[in-house]
Design a protein around this ligand. Structure first.
Ligand code: PMP
Length: 410
């Protein structure tokens, strides 16, 4: 397997050459929050607006037909990208991962859950999953249970086997933790969920951008991801659902474009995905998301995964050489390309601010995992997250900025 040609890759991301003050070039290590966008994806958006722009839903005129076809084909492309064989009937375009979770929580959960039912999450869920299921559970009388995270930042599968049982109706888990970098055993959890006639929803926000995902191999019922974390635009994401489940599920939003027949007192729904895509959709974004999928496949997700592993191993090696740094999560060889940590005596926000003075962009805070931070025993952490265009030199700049912070606060 050939390593990535980082120089060539970086050429496609002009923002990485940006001066962010004092002549300093940005060191962008906040990819778990949002990734940068290569020229060809930006071009796909602007080509659409310059050459095709029209509303979809099969207008008769030429531009509308062209836009409709491209938008529909983009669904097929994203279905294929995550290993769904059913094409667009298994791929709904959403705004982001959060909307995918809400779509299922409202469309399925609000109708089907009842007192005594259980939704099983993990302690490492992002708020987009945790808050959504928590609130739907409150409204339906269902209970929410949490699979514990062990000392090493892995899911306690023993505990999973204890709490997934006959009352479990939904298991909703992050594929990759955006705070710990842990890659969760989704296929095992899917087996466990299905043994108890439960559904399983995997949140792939941090997985789809970084390694190849096959929803059918994983055996999940639902799987969500965000375009803006995988070299695509903001405002677009995908929700995979098994064909028969999406066909049976009620819509989450109502309006134009999602109907078959409307009368004054009743309405029947269009087919999937339109049933779940009320109103004028994010057409340019959807088409550009398909371009992002093409881009990632052209570079090669296996090579991207390998590159990120090298970066995270290098970063952790360096961070572990200091005894005033605490790292959260599993060993480097088990994790995705991100690392959260704290420097003794320096608040993560102060650390990030000093890094910003050195043009190093990382994220401080709770990373939308407040309950997990309670478990970790800290209110906040600093997170560096890598992607295909990052280099070891950039990791060195991260470490240099930490050295600076240590001196300043000593
Ligand atoms: N789940 C995980 C694991 C995430 O990392 C994120 C983004 N930080 C989300 C869900 C939410 O993604 P979005 O904000 O794009 O909906």
């Amino acid at each position: 397997e050939e390593p990535l040609d980082i120089g060539r890759i970086r050429d496609e991301f002009p923002i990485l050459e940006r001066d962010v003050g004092d002549g300093q070039r940005v060191v962008y290590l906040d990819n778990a929050a949002t990734s940068q966008t290569p020229d060809r994806v930006v071009d796909a958006m602007s080509d659409y607006y310059r050459g095709t722009n029209a509303n979809v839903h099969r207008g008769i005129h030429h531009l509308s037909q062209e836009a409709s076809l491209a938008y529909e084909n983009a669904h097929d492309r994203l279905a294929e990208f995550v290993g769904a064989s059913g094409g667009r009937e298994e791929m709904v375009f959403t705004k982001n991962t959060t909307e995918g979770l809400n779509l299922v929580a409202y469309g399925w959960g609000l109708r089907e859950l009842k007192p005594g039912d259980e939704v099983v999450l993990t302690e490492m869920e992002h708020h987009s999953s945790l808050v959504t299921w928590q609130q739907i559970a409150k409204r339906t009388g269902a209970d929410v249970k949490f699979i514990e995270v062990d000392e090493a930042g892995r899911l306690d599968m023993e505990h999973a086997r204890e709490i997934i049982g006959p009352n479990t109706e939904m298991v909703s888990v992050a594929h990759v933790s955006n705070t710990l970098g842990t890659v969760n055993p989704i296929a095992d959890l899917a087996d466990l969920a299905h043994e108890h006639d439960s559904f399983i929803f995997a949140d792939g926000a941090q997985a789809v951008p970084h390694h190849s995902v096959d929803v059918e191999e994983l055996g999940v019922d639902f799987y969500a991801f965000s375009g803006h974390k995988m070299c695509g635009p903001t405002g677009i994401g995908g929700l995979y659902g098994k064909k028969e489940l999406l066909a049976a599920m009620e819509p989450f939003m109502y309006g134009g474009g999602m109907v078959r027949k409307v009368e004054f007192d009743r309405t029947t729904w269009a087919d999937v995905p339109e049933k779940f895509e009320a109103g004028t959709p994010p057409i340019a974004e959807g088409i550009a998301l398909a371009e992002a999928a093409d881009y990632l496949d052209d570079v090669g997700l296996d090579r991207i995964e390998h590159h990120e592993r090298e970066l995270v191993e290098y970063a952790m090696d360096r961070l572990e050489s200091f005894d005033d740094i605490e790292i959260y999560g599993p060993p480097a060889d088990e994790r995705a390309g991100l690392v959260s940590f704290n420097l003794d005596g320096v608040h993560a926000h102060d650390l990030a601010s000093i890094m910003n003075d050195h043009a190093v962009a990382i994220r401080p805070g709770d990373h939308c995992t407040q309950p997990l931070h309670d478990v970790l025993g800290t209110a906040a952490s600093a997170r560096a997250s890598f992607y295909l265009y990052n280099t070891k030199d950039e990791v060195d700049e991260l470490i240099a900025a930490i050295d600076e912070a240590r001196e300043l606060f000593a």
